[in-house]
Design a protein around this ligand. Structure first.
Ligand code: F42
Length: 144
């Protein structure tokens, strides 16, 4: 069984610790925005380590839309590469934990539809996309 390596980004690691430590009762929103957050447990593609990545909660039915925005940075977040290498993730949504498979959305029409849902859930996603030439990837996590 691989070890969990916390995010080197302090506030992220703290959110994961609070979220999981409270069994999904605390730390479930983005700071004081009240906007819901999920935790995506994924496998480090180089270390094989367990990585836990908080993302905004955007849902399409029972599926979760995972947006590799990283605040509009020029490069993809590293978890993007983890999901491409191993799409099997575990998603914690408050007290619910579900094993899912994430597929990167490449069909333009499907991506447009899911992007619209994601931006409605978290409007800053559009600002992030507007400030970078990088096409922000979108995954859809579906129950296995
Ligand atoms: N990030 C988003 O992209 N989208 C969101 O909607 C989002 C919401 C959100 C809400 C709350 C919160 O606390 C954070 C939120 N974040 C969101 C930030 C998100 O959780 C990540 O911190 C951010 O996207 C950056 O992801 P990252 O995977 O690039 O993280 C870095 C800081 C990191 O963890 N680096 C590690 C390190 O040691 O430098 C390595 C991580 C890793 O996965 N390594 C792989 C391995 O093998 O272990 C190798 C990866 C490779 O290919 O090199």
């Amino acid at each position: 069984m691989s070890d969990y390596i916390p995010s080197p980004s302090g506030w992220v690691a703290e959110q994961v610790e609070l979220y999981e430590g409270s069994q999904g009762k605390e730390g479930t929103t983005l700071r004081d925005t009240g906007l819901p957050v999920i935790i995506v447990t994924n496998t480090g593609r180089k270390t094989g380590a367990i990585r836990k990545t908080p993302l905004m909660r955007a849902v399409d039915g029972d599926n979760y839309i995972l947006v590799a925005s990283r605040g509009g940075a020029p490069d993809h977040p590293l978890w993007y590469h983890n999901l491409v290498a191993d799409p099997d993730v575990e998603i914690r949504d408050e007290a619910k934990i579900v094993k899912m498979r994430a597929r990167e959305i490449v069909d333009a029409a499907e991506k447009k539809r899911l992007w619209g849902i994601a931006v409605a859930a978290f409007p800053p996603y559009q600002e992030y996309q507007d400030k970078t030439d990088r096409a922000i990837p979108v995954f859809l996590a579906e129950a296995i």
